[in-house]
Write a protein of this length. Sequence first.
Length: 308
Amino acid sequence: MTNVRRQTTLNSATVCAGIELHGGNHTRLAMRPAPVGTGLVFVRTDITDRDNRILVEPDAVSDVKNCTTLENAAGVEVSTIEHLLAALAASGIDNLIMELDGRELPALDGSAEPFLKLIERVGLKRQEAPRRYVEVLRPVEVRKGKAFARIVPATRLELSVSIDFEDEAIGQQKVEIVPDVRAFRDRLASARTFARLHEVAALQAAGLSKGGSLENAIIVDGDKILNPEGLRFADEFVRHKALDLLGDLYLGGPILGRVETHASGHGLNHDLLMALYGTQGAWRFVSMNGEELLPEIDSPSRLQSVSA
């Protein structure tokens, strides 16, 4: 998430395909360049009888259980978007059309690295319009039991993420990172999603994780890692939590602030965004020139209706 002055899209289209983590179906994702001011937009190409466009914005979130799901007014959904959004955030992409022929993005290897490689393969295109940042002006915090998420003012996006699991293979872990594209590539992108073995059966009984396997997730059983290849990092679990946080935050666009979380997940990450945007005087839109940007002339996002 390097602070850049101008909006950005892809140089050209790029495509990937694979199995959905939860639905188990085969899906295809095509990412296409988009004009200034488009924002990030999913298009469900398999839906033809109603509005199939879903804007990436905080108030489009319809579900945060096990993954982040967006839904438009016509009831069309897209889910498990957080890994792709993390790659878009780190790369600094503002405008993009993402065509998907199913409800859920392909899981690929369970990390954001395949998405980042697709982006880097085609490259970025700078556009002739100022990039809009959300500058945090005062602290905002949300809590749920021992878990919390807070955001405080800073001149760049900074993440401090900690977790505490009873499972011996996970335990207590913490990571701090300024997630520019280099740090993201080296430290977060390849960190995979994970689940405890006892959770897998419950997820499958609930009709989820139909496409989950050791090929796209880390499976933990107490003090054991069931994946034959082991971990990519000793603290891969907290790195993936930071990856998820980065993706969830990007629902509201690029943020200038320090975000600290403990034992957080998609739900609390989203609660923090909604608390930030719902708190008068806690934020404003700015460019990298320090110029305040008026929301009504900058973006089609429904965040325009929230008074800063």
